[in-house]
Design a protein around this ligand. Sequence first.
Ligand SMILES: CC/C=C\C/C=C\C[C@@H](O)/C=C/C=C/C=C\[C@@H](O)CCCC(=O)O
Ligand SMILES: [Zn+2]
Length: 617
Amino acid sequence: MGKQALSPGDPTSFSRPELVAVTHIHLDLNVNFKETKLQGRADLTLNPRSQETTQLVLDSRDLSITSVKVQSTGQVLEYSLGTPIGTFGCSLTIQLPANVSEGQIISIEYETSSSASALQWLGAEQTVGKRHPYLFSQCQAIHARSMIPCQDTPSAKITYSAEITVPEELTVLMSALQDDSETQSSKAQPGTKVHRFRQPIPMPTYLIAIAVGHLESRQIGPRSRVWSEKELVDLAAFEFDETEMFLETAEALCGPYVWGQYDLLVLPSSFPFGGMENPCITFVTPTLLAGDKSLANVVAHEIAHSWTGNLVTNRTFEDFWLNEGWTVFVERKIKGRIQGEPARHFDAIGGLKELHETVERRGASDPLTCLVHDLRGVDPDDAFSTVPYEKGHTFLYYLEVQLGGAEAFEPFMKAYLDHFKFKSISTDDWRNFLYDYFPGKHNILNGIDWDSWLHKPGMPPHIPSYDTSLSDACTALADRWRKWQETPPKPFNPTDWASLSPEQHVEVLAQLLAGPALTPSKVEILGKTYNLSTTKNCEIRFRWIRIGLKARWEPAIAPALEFVTEQGRMKYVRPIYRDLYDWEEARPHAIATYKQNRASMMWVSAHTVAKDLHIQE
Ligand SMILES: CC/C=C\C/C=C\C[C@@H](O)/C=C/C=C/C=C\[C@@H](O)CCCC(=O)O
Ligand SMILES: [Zn+2]
C-alpha cells in the first residue's frame, strides 16, 4: 500500500469528520451466538460542518450493510463500499439528502462478519465455567469499524447509547453506564433480554466495548465492582481491592473522575492485553491474578487512562505517545504517592529495560522507534510496542526535572488535562500549551532537543539517573548469579529470594534476561533454588521461561509452549514465540503450537504472532 494516508485527517481512517461529524451513535443489536454475528441497527446523529457536503464517509470492515435510511422519513439513501485496503477495511460512502441539518439521524441496518476482527466469540468449552458462550471486543486501535459503521478515528468523539439483546441467562457489559430499565424482549425473541446503556461523555470509537457472558460481580469500592465468571470473582475482588485508593490518588493528581462508574472485568485468558481502558469498565487479563496484588500497577495504568487518553485523546495514533507516555507517567505518579518515590523510580528503571529490548529488536534506526509515528500505510497493530509508553514516560520525566520538579510540573499536568478535556490533540497542541503554561521558562524549553526526542529513532537522547535504592539489591543478586563460575558449593539459597518483593524478583530476572545467555546448568540451579517453575506470578514466569530459552535449556521448551497456549496476552506470547522461532530445534514446535491454537486466539494476537513466525496468513 506504500505510504498512503487513507484521509487528510487521519492516515488510518477513510472517514471525513471535518466535513460531516457523527456526534452520537445509538446501537440496537442482537448478539447472535449461533452465527457469531452482531445483527441490527446503528443510528448515527450528524453535525454537518459545511453546507456543501453531500456525502457521509464512514469506516467499515467486513460489515454487511442491508439498508441506509433517514430515520425521520424512512427515505432510502444510496451508499457504496470502497475497495478494501489491507487490514484497514474500506470506506462506506453515503449520499446524504440535501440540506442535512444538525441532529439529523441516519439509520444503518447491518450485520458484522462472523470473523469480525474486533470480536472474539468463545464457545462454552473455551470458558472457565464450560456452560455458557462468551463474547468480548477489543477495538483499539482501528477495529471498531469491524463492529459498527463509524468514523473510526480518534480525531472525532461521540457519545453513544445501546440496546443489546442477549440470551436471558447472560450479562452484558459495555463501556457505558447501565440503564436499570432492563426489560424482557418482545415476543419475537422469547428467552432473551434487552440491556440498555448510555455513554454521555464524548469519546473516540476505539473505546466502544462490549462483553457478554455468564458473569458475577463483587463490590470493591463505592464506585467500583469487579466482574468475571464466578470461578474467578473472589480472587479478582481480593487482587483489585486497592482500586478506590488508586482512583482517589489519581483524582488528586489529575482532577475529577468524570466517568461515574469504574468497574473491572476479568476477561477469558485469550484477552490480548494486560488491560484496556474502556470507560466505566476496564477490561483486564486474568494473568494479573497473581494472588499478591503485585501486578496491580496495570489497574493504576488503566485508571490513569480515565484522564490521559480517554479525556484528552491523541488526534491520530501517530501521537499515541500522548495517550500512553502520559498514562505511564501518571501510573508511576500514583505509585510514588502510595509506595514512595523510590518505588516510582524502580518501575521507571524496569520500563527502560523493556524500551532498550524493543529498540535492540526493532533496530535503533527503525522509524517506529520514533516517539511520533508516521502511520501512512502502517496498521497500528503492527506498529504497537513499548516505545510510546516508555520513551514517552522518559521524555515527560525529563521535562519534569528540567522545569523545576513535581511542584512545577504537577500543576501543569492538571492544567493540561483540564484545558484539553473532551478534546483530541496533536503533539504540537501539547507542546504549544507547555510553552504557554511556562512563559518564564522558554529559555529552558528552547534548550530541549525537540527533534531528537520527538522524531529521531532509537533510545532517548537523555537517560535520567533514577533512584536505584530498590533495584540495587536486584542488581547485586543478578550480578552474583552472572559471575558465579558454578564451582560448588552453590552460594545461593531461598533466603536470597525471600528478602525481596515480587516486583524485585521480576527485576532480578529482567536483569539476567537482559545480559548474556546463562549456561543451561546455571539455569537449572537458578530455577530449583527459587522454585521458579511453579510460580503463579506471570511476570516472573514469563521472564523465567525466556531465560531458559535464551540459554538453550531444553526443559524450557515445554513450559514455553504451555504458557503461550494457556493465555493469549501478546506481551507474553509474542516474545516467547519469537524466542522459540530463533531456536532452530524449537521452531517446528512453535509453528505447530501456533497452528493448533490459532482458532482460539483473538484476531490481533493471531495476526501479529503469524508475522513473528513468518507464516503467511
Ligand atoms: C505506535 C503504534 C500506534 C498506535 C497503536 C495503538 C494501538 C495498537 C493496538 O494493538 C492496541 C493496543 C492496546 C493496548 C492495550 C493495553 C496496553 O496498554 C498494555 C499492553 C502491554 C500489556 O499487555 O500489559
Ligand atoms: Zn495504556
